[in-house]
Design a protein around this ligand. Structure first.
Ligand SMILES: [Zn+2]
Length: 362
């Protein structure tokens, strides 16, 4: 009886929102292992000025990313986040204010994190990155199996593990992950070029994965041609470059990822299909350690469970950076995605509740 009551309350909440809300499309973007400290505090002085994690020619980067004042500094690193999302959306996870966003899985690395984001269920059995096909149903697949979203969901990622994380074999989702050409009989010129270019770019600065720029451009071209209602875009560079200890390149990656998000937002706002009816949800799979441990993340590395979460769209109050004490969890994101689209996500597991703070009306 109680469960029934709770389910009814949920439906009331979600449909109540859905009836009034303007969101028709959702874009979910993930950074990989980007520290909340860099996001909220800007470039870290000991890393940026020290020799240990930067190359010889980093003077221009100091100019590009450094300012004494935190507000100025973080806006130099991520201008779209701090000049736009911080004005028109909501950003959670600044632990300086006691505002926490945490993963609930106990592993604090990629596959368990992405599983938690997209299935809402922190599966204890998923304990390695080469786990294989995910037994849990994810929210993208759930939506793609509904008539109104069938064929209108798409995934572009730099890391090739998403074929397994989203279980492409079972889900049948169109996924382009890692080094992989766009398939199809009639490709656009841009797609043809990107198919070639992904193989020809240098891979010698610690990146074993496909460049985020290629992943992003393939996603944007797909958006232009096919207008998906639900798009996943997952970057990898912050993680790959942190692991290889290149703080300067890591900052560049965050800076370029921010620019790609800006480019996609502006592009969509100029397309009547997306304009004023598209919500961006931005988050990540795990955090990283502090100080010299910034390179690493794992259950044995303190703080790598600390992440961020941001939303911007027509149904989200423009509260900006959230400076009140509170905690959100990674397992809430899947249901939040569904809720923006007026759907209740179910996969047979006990999944996190939607984040109602971002769903309330203006
Ligand atoms: Zn990761």
């Amino acid at each position: 009886m109680l469960i029934k009551k709770i389910a009814l309350l949920f439906l009331f909440f979600c449909f109540n929102v859905a009836n009034a809300q303007q969101t028709k499309n959702v874009v979910i973007i993930t950074f990989d292992g980007y520290r909340w400290k860099d996001m909220f505090n800007g470039a870290d002085s000991s890393n940026l000025f020290g020799k240990k994690f930067t190359s010889q020619d980093s003077i221009w980067r100091v100019k590009k990313y450094w300012a004494k004042n935190t507000t100025e500094r973080r806006a130099k690193l991520m201008p779209f986040f701090w000049n736009n999302i911080a004005k028109n959306g909501q950003i959670y996870g600044n632990r300086n204010y006691g505002n926490f966003v945490n993963v609930t899985n106990k592993y604090w690395f990629s596959y368990p994190g992405y599983n938690e984001i997209f299935t809402g269920y922190p599966d204890t059995l998923i304990n390695k990155n080469d786990y294989g096909p995910n037994p849990n149903i994810n929210v993208l697949e759930f939506l793609n199996n509904k008539p109104e979203f069938k064929g209108k969901v798409a995934t572009f990622t730099s890391w090739d593990a998403f074929y397994n994380i989203l279980n492409q074999k079972r889900s049948g989702l169109p996924i382009n992950s890692g080094f992989k050409n766009m398939q199809g009989e009639k490709l656009s010129d841009v797609q043809e070029t990107l198919n070639d270019l992904q193989w020809w770019l240098p891979k010698d600065y610690g990146m074993g994965e496909r460049n985020d720029g290629i992943t992003y451009s393939l996603a944007k071209e797909y958006v232009k041609l096919h207008h998906p209602r639900v798009l996943q875009l997952s970057f990898i560079e912050t993680d790959a470059l942190a692991h290889s200890g290149k703080y300067d390149f890591y900052l560049d990656a965050a800076n370029y990822n921010d620019k790609m998000i800006e480019d996609l937002w502006k592009f969509m706002q100029n397309d009547p299909f997306y304009k004023d009816q598209t919500t961006f949800i931005i988050t990540e799979d795990h955090g990283r350690g502090y100080e010299d441990n910034w390179q690493h993340h794992y259950y044995s590395v303190a703080h790598s469970n600390e992440i961020f979460f941001a939303v911007m769209g027509p149904d989200t109050k423009p509260l900006g950076e959230i400076k009140t004490k509170g905690v959100l969890y990674q397992n809430q994101i899947a249901q939040t995605i569904a809720c923006f689209l007026g759907v209740k996500f179910e996969n047979g597991h006990d999944i996190g509740k939607p984040i109602k703070e971002v769903l309330l009306q203006k």
